[in-house]
Design a protein around this ligand. Structure first.
Ligand code: NAD
Length: 486
């Protein structure tokens, strides 16, 4: 581990535009700091509206005039597989870099930043070769050719919590469909996205197909509203999604929005507490709670309330908090000082609301540096309390009591969000029938782990559209009907 922490400073002072490393037009930069140690990681240039404009024009030209816009599905699939190989070669160093940037435990980072991006490229390469991009249907007048054409230039805007895989949720289907892309990653994870650029060069992705400009919110807005962009694929907070969605609505621009959540894990009165405890890591504490699907409301029947509170608190206090590069560590730091302050603010509000703090709530006593907070559990929380309604995005859980299955369903659905959830019961059928009543885009029964082959996304304020699976690819197509003669 000591070796891993002594990594050289990485500077990213250029953007990747039109297949080349390109100097910024502005002077702003972001200094990246390691979340666990506060040591400098490197410096990255921040793009301006002009940089975004240059990148969008490159993507437009690559689509309209370059080989990509006229490529076959097979040609694209071949490049995507080479890109997957190039990323796979870099998997270990990418995983370590992201863990240092945002505090993600290394095993999780290896899966989501190391393995998954290359795997997704291969899945979409296979998928695009297996589907009909021009289907012939007979009609009363003759024949209609129903074509799936690329939606066009995609502006992809991503958050910091799973930076590699969430970018690939967009890049892989966009490439498969024949789109070109401008990726604007989040400044909190300023350094890792340029790994895609190195891999793209190695794989021979044509110039302008994938452009990467690290930038803040203002330049992000310029990407959303740029006249040459056809679609925005956004993952981030509901507040930003609301802004972006309204801009896209005004411009009649296609957009998919993957937003926040306040998901519920419902423990039924016949649930096996051991099964819940085994599933809590993935359902409620994954990536230190910095996961959109975090089930931060645990609904427990009054008849077993104390037992559930004790089990959840026991799990939380048993997590090993520390440097995410240590494979024994199960809970790393928050991604930034600002985000830690936000999480602590939610904990303070919950304390003031009268919720009972069972465990955590402070900085771990043995960790002097880094953006750490103890895994925290509150009991006696009402679903109307701020801690039950607002996304904390940290390892902070509220255990909420209920009486009877109907009340559990009502409380779970009583949220502005609708992203994820789970139901825990010894009776699989009973759990499934409760799960069918929950208004969320995904839900687990006696487990919660995301299937990268199935549609993923949110209902209500958790978003619009789906990523992953064929359903995810669908958002990168325009459908065109050509009326022809037999
Ligand atoms: P954020 O909304 O602050 O930022 C996300 C990205 O959007 C960043 O790149 C940011 O620079 C950019 N951005 C912000 N405002 C913008 C605007 N008006 N125009 C254009 N770009 C803008 O979110 P964050 O703090 O980086 O990420 C955490 C949030 O993301 C949480 O709410 C989490 O639930 C959500 N999230 C959702 C999913 C999902 O799939 N549903 C997955 C991961 C994270």
């Amino acid at each position: 581990m000591t070796q891993l922490t002594q990594q050289a400073i990485i500077d990213r002072r250029q953007f990747f535009i039109d297949g080349r490393w390109t100097d910024p037009t502005g002077t702003e930069s972001h200094t990246a700091v390691e979340a666990a140690t506060e040591a400098p990681l490197g410096t990255a240039a921040l793009g301006t509206e002009t940089d975004i404009d240059i990148a969008v024009r490159a993507a437009r030209t690559a689509l309209d005039d370059g080989p990509w816009g006229r490529s076959t599905a097979h040609e694209r699939a071949e490049v995507m597989r080479r890109l997957a190989d190039a990323l796979a070669k870099r998997a270990e160093s990418t995983s370590i870099l992201v863990s240092r940037e945002n505090g993600m435990p290394i095993a999780l980072s290896s899966a989501f930043n190391g393995v998954a991006p290359a795997a997704l490229l291969r899945v979409y390469a296979d998928l695009i070769e297996s589907i009909d991009l021009e289907e012939s249907r007979s009609s009363p007048q003759g024949i209609t050719l129903v074509r799936k054409e690329p939606v066009g230039v995609v502006g992809a805007i991503t958050p910091w919590n799973y930076p590699q895989v969430l970018a690939m949720f967009k890049i892989a289907p966009a490439l498969a469909a024949g789109c070109t892309i401008v990726l604007k990653p989040s400044p909190e994870t300023a350094l890792d996205s340029y790994v895609f650029a190195e891999a793209a060069q190695e794989a021979g992705l044509p110039a302008g197909v994938l452009n990467i400009v690290l930038a803040g919110r203002r330049a992000g807005e310029a990407l959303v509203t740029h006249p040459l962009v056809d679609k925005i694929a956004f993952t981030g907070s509901t507040a930003a999604g609301r802004e972006i969605g309204s801009q896209c609505g005004r411009l009649i621009r296609r957009c998919t929005l993957e937003l926040g959540g306040k998901s519920a894990a419902i423990f039924l009165d016949d649930g096996d507490i051991e099964v819940l405890v085994r599933g809590l890591g993935a359902a409620s504490f994954m990536n230190n709670g910095q996961t959109c699907t975090t089930q931060s409301r645990i609904l427990a029947p009054r008849s077993r309330y104390d037992e559930v509170v004790d089990a959840v608190a026991g799990f939380a206090s048993g997590l090993r908090v520390g440097n995410p590069l240590d494979p024994e560590v199960t809970c790393g730091p928050m991604a930034s000082e600002t985000h830690l302050a936000r999480v602590n603010g939610h904990i303070d509000n919950a304390r003031r609301s009268g919720a009972r703090l069972i465990t955590g709530g402070r900085r771990p006593a043995d960790l002097e540096k880094g953006w750490f907070v103890e895994p925290t559990v509150f009991a006696d929380v009402s679903n109307d309390d701020e801690i039950a309604r607002t996304e904390v995005f940290g390892p902070v859980i509220a255990v909420i009591p209920y009486e009877g299955d109907d009340e559990a369903v009502r409380i779970a659905n009583d949220s502005n969000y609708g992203l994820a959830g789970s139901v825990w019961s010894s009776d699989e059928d009973r759990a499934r029938s409760i799960a069918r009543r929950i208004r969320t885009g995904t839900i687990g029964v006696n487990r919660y782990d995301i299937d990268l082959g199935a549609p993923f996304g949110g209902m209500k304020d958790s978003g619009i559209g789906r990523e992953l699976g064929f359903e995810g690819l669908h958002h990168y197509f325009e459908y065109k009907s050509m009326y022809v003669n037999p």
